[in-house]
Ligand binder design. Structure first.
Ligand SMILES: [Zn+2]
Ligand SMILES: [Zn+2]
Length: 180
């Protein structure tokens, strides 16, 4: 996924991405994680614009996911769909362009350096995808999870463990009062 900087002139260039996970070392590595798999190609539509010697890449990346809920362990599917902007500064110009000359807020953008005639987008794209993969996947924000005592799925069933622990707390309080 290399951009040839010399091919990017005054007109923005569109780049379509449709690549298997195996192309991205970081993502290929994450496929070993039992809780999350990327189940299809990484898709993207990027616009590459030249700004003097620097290159701005804006776009959208998506990927389908198969996840395992961290609370109830149910398998579910989801997808990543993320917008981003990365600003590639030509290496030799970094010292020449002072931070003051950049637009307000520009330093907050993801920025990266490039040298020579090529920009390899592979790493930047895989980082965007990796950032969007949830560390603690949830099938639903309101997932009730499994009962810590009996292991029953509290989304689909109810158990009496919760009621018992409440009454235990209550009887402990009663004993305390008796001792007083
Ligand atoms: Zn769940
Ligand atoms: Zn229970």
């Amino acid at each position: 996924m290399k951009l040839h900087v010399d091919h990017i002139k005054d007109v923005p260039v569109s780049v379509h991405i449709d690549e298997p996970v195996s192309v991205f070392p970081l993502l290929a590595d994450m496929q070993h994680d039992a809780n999350c798999h990327i189940t299809g190609n990484i898709l993207g539509d990027l616009t590459v614009t030249r700004e003097y010697e620097n290159i701005r890449v804006t776009g959208r990346i998506s990927a389908p996911l198969a996840l395992s809920c961290s609370r109830c362990l149910a398998d579910y599917t989801s997808f990543i769909d993320t917008n981003f902007t990365i600003f590639f500064r030509k290496e030799s110009s970094i010292s020449a362009v002072s931070d003051d000359e950049l637009e307000l807020g520009e330093m907050d953008l993801l920025s990266s350096a490039y040298s020579g005639d090529e920009i390899d987008l592979t790493h930047e794209i895989e980082e965007q995808v990796a950032m969007e993969i949830p560390l603690k996947p949830l099938c639903n924000d309101d997932c009730k999870g499994l009962c810590h005592t009996c292991g029953i799925d509290l989304n689909t069933s109810t158990c009496s463990c919760g009621a018992e622990s409440t009454s235990l707390k209550f009887s402990a309080l009663k004993d305390f009062k008796v001792i007083q």
